[in-house]
Ligand binder design. Structure first.
Ligand SMILES: [Zn+2]
Length: 91
């Protein structure tokens, strides 16, 4: 999969937090700083639903159903969790 290189921001265009490296998200306000990051949020949601469709185990289906509700009810919390996942992956 070919992704375009991330845009090199030195400051967040939204909150002016100074940025080091090429973060996918602003550490200050959580703004998605690349197309890929913005896209990733949608993709992560799609992945959850794809997993749910593929799951056959009853417990797994129930768990994924809960997760789906969580995404729908608390998109900000999910966004934040995904941010942390991105940060952990970069380290
Ligand atoms: Zn920001």
């Amino acid at each position: 999969m070919l992704d375009p290189p991330p845009v090199d921001y030195t400051h967040c265009p939204q909150c002016q937090t100074s940025l080091r490296g090429s973060p996918q998200f602003c550490p200050g306000c959580g703004l998605a700083l690349s197309q890929k990051a913005a896209h990733g949020l949608d993709q992560a949601e799609d992945d959850i639903f794809a997993d749910a469709a593929a799951a056959t185990d009853e417990d797994e289906v129930a768990m994924l159903g809960d997760l789906r509700e969580l995404v729908e009810e608390h998109p900000d919390a999910v966004h934040e969790a995904l941010q942390h996942a991105e940060e952990a992956r970069d380290e």
